[in-house]
Design a protein around this ligand. Structure first.
Ligand SMILES: [Mg+2]
Length: 389
């Protein structure tokens, strides 16, 4: 059992949209294939991965450090004890050889992308969907048959006015979502409030709407928004301030009674732990949104889930960022609270298997080996074209 090749490419994930901090017109994404010497149905088993969205492709880090470390390692050190499968934990340790602690930067994205491909390969070698493999190994076989999802969108499209936002949210409701999320913070508060009220007209109440400031606000602005948002009783108020400003988050938590959500830009267990320790988050109410693809992958994600449990947080309070199939597998297999979903943007990376329908804001998972990329035809076609053919 060994890895015979690791391939990576940087592809476009550009989109004509903007949040309060960046536009996505030049956004890229790394795709990875981990090729093994295992043969199923006459073909080598290949695991695939990609780096979620919102961080640029990480090809040079992979080419210069992480892929050579794996390819130069003794293959016997990268497999489990009975040589029945790859060992994602040993692979992770090998990738992180000679990397100092801290300073996570975007190294975590490169490692997380390869880690996704490794887990896809491991589940395929075992002949089982990843969510079932995770549940069997770590949760006594208990799988959630469906996962709560919400429709993330409501971006600032240049030239798109309030009617455009309302039409977008109407189409999400038509597709089976009950909770929608919109961006705030790019325009003055008074203008955002008009957009929020227009969205509420469509979704029917505050508990069906989340707002996301993408880390744009200073404390004063975050508090001004909190005061204005509180009467709407929104489902959550997301990433008000800089992702690493735990004091801001703590002060905001003291001044806002509704649910807060944050964490998509924390890329390690240690950063997540600082949020839990110092961010003043309410473990009985708030939501954390760590994205495995951006934060060293599932091996590190399990450390983060352990850390949360040690601090009295239920895994149900985790609703990952990214809207991708990897997080959906983790949600169903490791008892998370839900998953983001991008019905219209970041295609073909966002979204789930072709046959999966959203009903009452919940989705099921396909019964195919691995993460399920082969059940999402547009994404599989891209991965195959860029990495296999
Ligand atoms: Mg967000």
């Amino acid at each position: 059992m060994r890895i015979t090749d690791i391939r990576e490419k940087t592809v476009s994930i550009a989109s004509p949209i903007a949040n309060a901090f960046i536009d996505f017109s030049k956004m890229t994404c790394s795709v990875v294939a981990v090729v093994t010497d295992q043969v199923h149905d006459g073909k080598p088993v290949i695991g695939f991965g990609f780096n979620s969205n919102g961080r640029y492709g990480q090809g040079s880090l992979m080419r210069e450090r992480f892929i050579p470390r794996l390819m130069e390692a003794d293959p016997d050190t990268l497999v489990d004890r009975d040589n029945a499968n790859l060992d994602p934990f040993a692979i992770w340790r090998t990738m992180m050889t000679n990397e100092k602690p801290g300073g996570h930067g975007e190294r975590s994205v490169a490692v997380g992308t390869i880690d996704m491909a490794v887990w896809d390969a491991v589940a395929k070698i075992a002949g089982t969907p990843l969510y079932r493999l995770l549940a069997d190994r770590y949760r006594n076989g208990v799988v959630d048959d469906s996962v709560w999802v919400y429709a993330a969108g409501g971006y600032y499209h240049p030239g798109k006015e309030i009617e455009g936002l309302k039409d977008e949210f109407k189409s999400y409701l038509d597709r089976g979502y009950t909770v929608c999320k919109m961006k705030i913070g790019l325009v003055p508060l008074a203008d955002d409030l008009k957009r929020i009220e227009a969205a509420l007209d469509v979704v029917g109440g505050g508990q069906n709407l989340c707002v996301d400031a993408n880390g744009r606000f200073d404390l004063e602005t975050a508090l001004a928004y909190a005061k204005a948002l509180e009467p709407y009783d929104l489902y959550w108020y997301e990433e008000a301030g800089d992702p690493l400003d735990y004091a801001l988050q703590a002060e905001l938590s003291r001044n806002y009674s509704g649910r807060m959500a944050t964490g998509e830009n924390l890329f390690s267990m240690q950063d997540a732990r600082n949020l839990i320790r110092h961010g003043g988050m309410n473990r009985d109410q708030d939501v954390v949104q760590f994205d495995c693809a951006l934060s060293y992958g599932l091996v590190e994600y399990m450390r983060t889930l352990d850390m949360m449990a040690e601090n009295g947080w239920s895994s149900r309070r985790v609703v990952p960022h990214g809207g991708h199939q990897m997080s959906l597998n983790i949600a169903a297999g490791l008892h998370l609270g839900g998953n983001e979903s991008y019905p219209d943007v970041f295609q073909p990376f966002g979204g789930f298997a072709d046959t999966v329908e959203v009903k009452d804001s919940r989705v099921g998972l396909p019964d195919v080996p691995g993460v399920g990329f082969e059940a999402k035809s547009a994404l599989y076609a891209l991965l195959k074209r860029e990495l296999v053919d």
